[in-house]
Design a protein around this ligand. Structure first.
Ligand code: PLP
Length: 768
């Protein structure tokens, strides 16, 4: 069962609303403008629903229009108010001229509001300044600021309750500020009532609100139906002109199935059926809060619960990104969101939480969990159980401070922060690990991981000293003194032989061994660390010397530009053309490179390896590339000149039918689940080893991709590797990376598991 906890984005349609809509499509399909009996029936239905909406909203006067949703309601309200402002300006109305300067909106308003203000302000040539009303840490409007600015405002827009945090606005406070103004100075007032409908009494008339838009799909009606309240006497300009429907206020044949469905929801609300009362909803929130706190002990709530709708919880878990938490919940079939649905596709911090002044660490890990007022007890019980299971999955994978019985980690794991890569090499048998190129942002996570696993930290290595900042290796070592291998190290962290200044020849991690290879260039001290297993070299950690699409820059004070070419040749001699090279930077999610693949994209590297440029000419050509290096997209210093000609994007998608075909033609094809282990543990995928055809299915999390590369790259180039994940994004990255490294038969499952009918997808397709 899916646990849908994203009701502020949209809700399912209530059964009786579906039935009402079906009846209208099936039987009572009349056009309410027709004057025959079929039409009259439709009009009667519409009148009944409108009357019900008036009762539910408590508005005896003014207009209540049916339209397509809140966005249209907002446009109509803004157009109406701004047209009136413009008309007043054009008519040069008698009396004291108002010094109008602003159109005001709450800083946490839905984007539809400021965008509509800007749009109509521009189109109508009003040229007022569209300005955000600041909110406090509690998410509520700054009323002193409003008091100071309202006399020069033409319109004020303040939502009733926020969609991301559930914070309920102080509408009485705002009403008092506006009422204190002279009537001639009073701005028009719109209250976006979308998240309040069915949850809060709005007292629209008593508060003197001019416009209030609503959307049906936020309260169990279908998408495409909404309401707009317009106060009696408030100016009105139709957005849609045409056949004169809705008393010519909103032309276009009415959405009768939507209206009928909305009517059924309003009836249930009015009659107290299906909807829980306030105390019950508060008790649901309490239970969810408890489950979340049990699952994520470090969790912080991002808005004060006593000021919020009981149906919305917004929280952050320090050290875990919104993306990680969303993937985790989704694997447990719990749908939550990282913010508003409209901006969820863009990985940007929430402007709502930023406006509340929350620190970046908190906005970057925010999750919104919201349920509708028709939720029941069994649903909340199951939701709480799944949330606790999510916490357990994190503990097992050492992602929670309370983890104690972890699954033993083994192999190479990658961590990325703004394009910078840190590598963890773990050996389960010997319970030893090494961190390569630590990053300060990962300090807490890595030290927690090491402590939770209880592995000895054999070394914290840097592949080079950094041009622009100190290494965070010392702080990582200091964080886990009890697990740190004793003894002296060189400046990059490599252990020295006891009592001497010689370096140890190899770092031993059970059957794995790390050796070092000096490769000066990017810096004088640049060093590659070569990982060997019982069968030979598997991976070379090469720092910034060779990155996917770039060679490390060599224009720092501590660079050795004239040694660069020979270092590359030395590296080639030691590791060969096909060894997997793990970089310290990877801005485009290419994961790793090989000298052979990289030479095809980077002509300078090819020249160096072929010996067609000497060290001087190589350094000069390279300096040319680095002359105008700009900051990266993360506003960090670029570690090398990226060769844009090597942008590599090919179509790797297969759909279900193509996959079946592929599996039929290639019995040796492999299906690779690249979701992280905590997701795989929660997901409904059957246990892999117990399945007859399980040899086809492999679990290789994206963070462990590089660990698997040496084996995959040794397979025949036509052996299909089909990657899949939740949405198709991560598996696409994996497939692209494999293609770039020369494995032509790498594919990604289009749309990911999200688009697959569960049973059909897993059982009949993946496990043929
Ligand atoms: N206002 C708020 C507070 C909302 O949450 C939403 C939807 O997310 C809207 C306006 C826009 O509603 P619709 O997309 O239904 O037009």
């Amino acid at each position: 069962m899916e646990i849908y906890l994203d009701a502020n984005a949209t809700t399912p349609v209530l059964a009786q609303a579906r039935a009402a809509a079906m009846a209208v499509m099936d039987q009572d399909f009349g056009n309410p403008s027709s004057i025959h009996s079929t039409g009259l029936k439709a009009r009667a239905l519409m009148d009944t629903v409108r009357a019900r909406a008036r009762r539910v909203l408590g508005v005896a006067t003014g207009e209540l229009l049916f339209l397509s949703g809140a966005t249209e309601g907002i446009q109509t309200a803004v157009l109406s108010a701004l047209s009136a402002l413009r008309q007043r300006r054009d008519e040069d109305a008698p009396g004291p001229a108002r010094d109008l300067r602003w159109l005001l909106y709450g800083a946490t308003e839905h984007k539809a509001v400021p965008e509509a203000l800007r749009h109509w302000n521009r189109l109508l040539g009003l040229d007022l300044e569209v300005k955000a009303i600041p909110v406090g840490r509690d998410g509520r409007h700054d009323l002193d600021w409003l008091r100071a600015h309202a006399p020069q405002a033409g319109m004020v827009c303040t939502m009733a309750a926020n969609n991301e945090t559930g914070v309920i606005s102080d509408l009485d406070g705002i009403a008092a500020v506006l009422a204190s103004l002279e009537a001639t100075q009073r701005p028009f007032w719109m209250v976006d009532g979308v998240q309040a409908l069915g949850k809060l009494p709005l007292r629209l008339e008593a508060r003197g609100i001019d416009y209030a838009p609503f959307s049906g799909h936020k309260l169990y009606a279908p998408k495409g139906i909404g309401l707009l309240y317009v106060r009696a006497g408030a100016p009105f300009t139709p957005l849609l002109a045409g056949g004169g429907q809705e008393s010519a206020l909103r032309s276009g044949t009415e959405n009768m199935s939507g209206i009928a469905a909305l009517g059924a929801v309003l009836a249930a609300l009015e009659e107290g059926r299906d909807f829980r009362d306030g105390p019950t909803l508060h008790s649901y929130r309490e239970r969810l809060t408890q489950a979340l706190t049990d699952a994520f002990p470090a969790l912080q709530f991002n808005a004060p619960p006593d000021l919020c709708l009981p149906t919305t919880l917004n929280f952050s878990v320090p050290g875990l990104s919104s993306k990680l938490l969303l993937d985790l919940f989704d694997a447990a079939d719990v749908r939550v969101s990282g913010g508003s649905a409209c901006s969820a596709a863009k990985a940007q911090p929430s402007y709502v939480l930023e406006a509340m002044g929350l620190p970046a660490s908190q906005t970057a890990s925010a999750v919104r969990l919201s349920f509708g007022p028709a939720t029941d007890d069994a649903f909340i019980r199951e939701a709480c159980a799944r949330i606790r299971a999510c916490g357990e999955a994190l503990r097992e994978n050492c992602l929670s401070p309370t983890g104690n019985q972890p699954l033993p980690a083994d192999g190479v794991t990658r961590f990325v922060v703004d394009g910078a890569c840190c590598w963890l090499v773990a050996d389960a048998a010997s319970q030893r690990c090494v961190v390569i190129d630590p990053l300060p942002e990962l300090n807490d996570r890595l030290s927690q991981w090491v402590r939770c696993q209880g592995y000895a930290l054999a070394a914290v290595l840097d592949t080079h000293s950094h041009g622009d900042h100190a290494s965070s290796a010392a702080s990582l070592r200091a964080a886990v003194p009890e697990l740190l291998a004793p003894g002296e190290t060189d400046a990059l962290g490599w252990p020295l032989v006891d009592g001497r200044h010689d370096r140890v020849a190899a770092l031993v991690l059970g059957e794995r061994r790390l050796t070092r290879l000096p490769i000066p260039g990017h810096t004088e001290d640049s060093t590659a660390y070569l990982l060997h297993d019982a069968h030979g070299l598997t991976t070379a950690f090469v720092g910034d010397m060779v990155m996917p699409g770039a060679l490390g820059r060599s224009d720092f004070d501590q660079s050795a530009p004239f040694a660069y070419r020979d270092s590359l040749r030395q590296l080639a001699e030691v590791v060969g053309p096909h060894a997997v090279l793990a970089p310290a930077h990877d801005y485009d999610n290419r994961f790793a490179s090989t000298l052979s693949a990289e030479s095809a994209y980077q002509p300078l590297l090819a020249h160096a390896l072929r010996g067609t440029l000497d060290a001087q000419a190589f350094a000069a050509a390279k300096a040319g590339l680095e002359r105008h290096l700009a900051l990266t997209e993360y506003q960090t210093m670029a570690c090398g000149a990226r060769i844009d000609g090597s942008r590599f994007e090919v179509d790797t998608e297969v759909d279900l039918a193509a996959l079946r075909d592929l599996l039929e033609r290639h019995p040796q094809a492999r299906l690779i689940d690249v979701r992280e282990p905590y997701e795989q543990r929660l997901s409904l995928l059957p246990d892999l080893p117990e399945r007859g055809a399980g040899h086809r299915l492999q679990a290789t999390p994206l963070s462990r991709l590089v660990d698997a590369l040496p084996e995959w790259l040794s397979l025949p180039a036509d052996q299909p590797l089909v990657f899949f994940c939740r949405s198709g994004n991560r598996s696409a990255q994996a497939a692209q990376a494999l293609r770039r490294l020369g494995h032509e038969a790498a594919f990604t499952l289009a749309g990911g598991l999200a688009l697959w009918p569960k049973e059909a997808a897993i059982d009949s397709a993946l496990y043929v």
